[in-house]
Design a binder for this molecule. Structure first.
Ligand code: IPD
Ligand code: CA
Ligand code: CA
Ligand code: CA
Length: 270
C-alpha cells in the first residue's frame, strides 16, 4: 500500500522546514557585521531582510509553483494558491541593534481572507510556533493556550506607533487606560512574537496600531487556535489585509480593554 501524505501536511512541513532554514541564516548573521540602511524614519532594513526573503520565496515557489506571495520587502504576486504572506525578519530594529528578539513569520492563505496556517520561528531561542485551522497551536510540538489569569495578573505587550508619529498621543492615551488594569507593559519589538507570546499565555493581551499582514497573519492563526480572539480597535474582526490596528488575547481581556477605550471617549479607528 502506498501512503500519500495529505496536501495540508505537505504544505505545513514545507513551510516549517523553510522557516527553520531561514532562521538559521538569521542566527548566523546575528551580531556579525552586515549592511544596515534607513528604510524610512526610525525604521531600519538590513541585508538579511532581503536575502532571507529571497531565500524563502525561492524555496516556496519551487515547492509550490502555483503559489502567490505577499512579502514585506516588495515582493507581491498576490494571485496564486496558496497565498504565502511572509515577514522574513520581524524585529529588524532589534536584529540590527543586537537584541535577540526577532523571528521569521509565514502565514498561509488558501482563498479566504483569514489565514489557514501559520509558522513563526525565533532562531535564537530555537522556538518554533505553528498552527493550522482546526488542529491547534503548538510551540516546539507542545500545545499552547491563551492565559486563564485575570487581566490584572498579566503582562500586556504593545508598541508606540514609531512609523506613525502623528498617532503617538492617541496611542499613549489608549495605553494609559489599559495600564491601571494590568501587571505591567512590555514593548519587545516583534509583532509576530508578541502575538505568539499571547497565544502561549505569556502575555495576557497585545495591541498595536500600524501593523501589516506580514506581521500578523501567521500569529493570528496561532492565536485563534490557542483559544484567543483578534479584533481591531473598533471591535471588528481583525482582517490581515485591511485592518490597521489589532488587539489580541482571550476574549474576556480583549472585550475588557475595548470597553475601557469606549468608556474613555478616545477616538477608535480600525
Ligand atoms: C515591526 C516589528 C515591530 C512592530 C512594527 C513592525 P519589522 O516589523 O514587528 O515590533 O512594532 O509595527 O513593523 O519591520 O521589524 O519587520
Ligand atoms: Ca514585521
Ligand atoms: Ca520585517
Ligand atoms: Ca521592516
Amino acid at each position: 500500500i502506498k501512503f500519500m501524505k495529505n496536501t495540508d501536511e505537505i504544505l505545513m512541513n514545507t513551510v516549517i522546514s523553510t522557516a527553520l532554514k531561514a532562521g538559521d541564516i538569521l542566527r548566523t548573521g546575528f551580531r556579525q557585521r552586515f549592511e544596515v540602511e534607513q528604510k524610512s524614519a526610525h525604521d531600519l532594513i538590513t541585508e538579511y531582510d532581503t536575502t532571507v526573503q529571497q531565500f524563502i520565496v525561492e524555496q516556496l515557489s519551487k515547492a509550490f509553483p502555483g503559489a502567490g506571495f505577499v512579502a514585506e520587502e516588495e515582493h507581491f504576486s498576490t494571485k496564486g494558491d496558496p497565498l504565502l504572506v511572509i515577514d522574513p525578519l520581524d524585529g529588524t530594529n532589534n536584529f540590527a541593534m543586537g537584541i535577540p528578539q526577532f523571528c521569521v513569520s509565514i502565514g498561509v492563505f488558501t482563498g479566504e481572507r483569514q489565514p489557514k496556517a501559520g509558522v513563526v520561528y525565533n532562531p535564537v531561542l530555537e522556538e518554533l510556533y505553528h498552527a493550522q485551522v482546526g488542529k491547534g497551536a503548538y510551540l516546539n510540538g507542545e500545545p499552547i493556550h491563551v492565559t486563564q489569569e485575570p487581566l490584572k495578573d498579566t503582562l500586556v505587550a504593545t508598541a508606540l506607533p514609531f512609523k506613525f508619529r502623528d498617532k503617538v498621543d492617541w496611542i499613549t492615551q489608549l495605553l494609559l487606560h489599559v495600564y491601571p488594569e494590568v501587571m505591567d507593559i512590555r514593548r519587545l519589538g516583534s509583532a509576530a512574537l508578541d502575538i505568539c507570546y499571547t497565544a502561549a499565555g505569556i502575555f495576557g493581551l497585545y495591541f498595536e496600531y500600524g501593523i501589516n499582514a506580514w506581521d500578523t497573519a501567521a500569529g493570528v492563526c496561532l492565536l485563534r487556535e490557542a483559544g484567543g480572539v483578534a479584533l481591531d480597535f473598533s471591535g471588528q474582526p481583525y482582517d490581515p489585509f485591511t485592518s490597521k490596528s489589532i488587539v489580541v488575547g482571550p476574549s474576556a481581556h480583549v472585550e475588557r480593554v475595548l470597553h475601557l477605550w469606549r468608556e474613555s471617549g478616545v477616538q477608535l479607528e480600525g
